[in-house]
Design a protein around this ligand. Sequence first.
Ligand code: ME8
Length: 551
Amino acid sequence: MSQRYYVTTPIYYVNDDPHIGHAYTTLACDVIARFKRLDGFEVKFLTGTDEHGQKVAKSAAVAGMDPQAFTDKVSKNFRDLAGVMNYSNDDFIRTTEDRHTRACQALWRALQEKGEIYLGSYAGWYAVRDEAFYAESELKPGPGGKRIAPSGAEAEWMEEPSYFFRLSAWQERLLKFYDEHPGFILPKSRRNEVTSFVSGGLQDLSISRTTFTWGVPVPGDEAHIMYVWLDALTNYITAVGYPVIDKGEYPRFWPADLHMVGKDILRFHAVYWPAFLMAAGLQPPKRVFAHGWWTNEGQKISKSVGNIIDPIALVNTYGLDPVRYFLLREVPFGNDGDFSHAAMVNRMNGELANDYGNLAQRALSMIARNCDGKVPDPTDKLDRQTWPTLATLSNAQALIDEIRPMIDRQAFHEAIERVWAIIRDANRFVDSEAPWALKNTDVRRMEAVLYVLAEVIRHITIILQPFMPGSCGKILDQLAVPTNARDFNALNTSGHFIDENSLKPGTPLPKPEGVFPRFQEPGTEAAKGAGKGANPGGKAGKGAGKKRGKG
Ligand code: ME8
């Protein structure tokens, strides 16, 4: 039986167009999904849109549109982003779909049957922007008798009849659950925040609303609609077929391996969601990872400041794979990060063009020139005793076993750093062996050096595919690696320098071409515009994106 992996993104509110923050979370999940597929797992990768609730209803009203028509339109922008960013999601859920209404109502009934829900009335603070209830003690005074939540959102006083979930009864069981599952919340600092929040005591949670209608009706009492977070969280089980739990995808994929979320919505995922699930007799997910927050050139990203970063503009300016690389390389995953044009160009020119691109370009063009455009033949030319630099090759072969646990704890930056250590080592190897000089002095050794380089590049590139699928695909094309030999099974982990997976000497190679261009400052507004979100076209950068790096 194959191993399985279920990874989810938050479902995004359709009150606004997608921005870099949304692109980031889904990208992280995409890298994990691709990595797991290459590692032989059967993967389900889910993303989608959160379409109900007061916030979306208000945005639809502002747009002068019927909520369904409005959500159809904005949801499509999120779906289209998958094409632009090359996401490999297997499903895209919308909470306005029938399958989701069925799942929400079934979960409600399950909670009701277990005595976890009662009817009462809510009198307290509510922030529509966060779709969250706040205790007086969490808020600061704001204008006009309103209050300000820790997120900066305005909270208003609200009084209405409401169903409640008996969250207060779950405090001890949640704490026990966190204790028994130390990997449930990552990073560790976030885990501590959650445990101290829960240790402080939990209040019953209002889970229905009566003052508007844009939501899933409460079964048996249609004057109420479900609280949008109960509705939204349920998406993760809707997508695996809930309420059918004995066949289909549910038994194969639930509990989810990973809910990836931003730190803003950790409480919903790490407190409410496991409580709802356990209360309904279902298993909680295995992990919630809360990543950090992006700022733009040092400033908080917000619509009112007008500095939203449009991921499409970034891709137009810098190219897709450099953007994918940058987002996961720039910031230790879990920390907050700042997007700046200078940092982006630095990574693009330094690490992609100079380090990786140059390694591939140098090696492949030397092979093209000096080995008749064919994979060189290293047979009888590799000798561990006389050639200690073979460590370069064995380090590349050991890479996958080092990277796997890093991906399993979502340490993307560590994985990339590790690969780059090998890339830098391989570049030093080229410099010290100087194969261009060996051409005149020791052709056998030159062939062996170039073969080692080609194998090192093959290993690195197979492993980097999840991060930069398009560019890595092009490099593997240039090494004539068949498409069915690009997964982690095709790596050489045999402990021999060469095994049946290794490149076959004599295989003809296509003409090499640079894959990672340097960013050329166009000296126009375009490059800056992408960073500021002011120039969604960013066309001038696209020209720069076509220039070839020199090897
Ligand atoms: O919260 N930096 O949806 P949402 C990094 N519908 N990530 C960011 C970000 C930034 N500046 N801004 C947004 C919701 N994000 C709910 C979720 S799930 C059952 C329901 C990302 O559209 C980050 O992942 O407000 C954050 O958690 C998410 O977008 C919030 O998206």
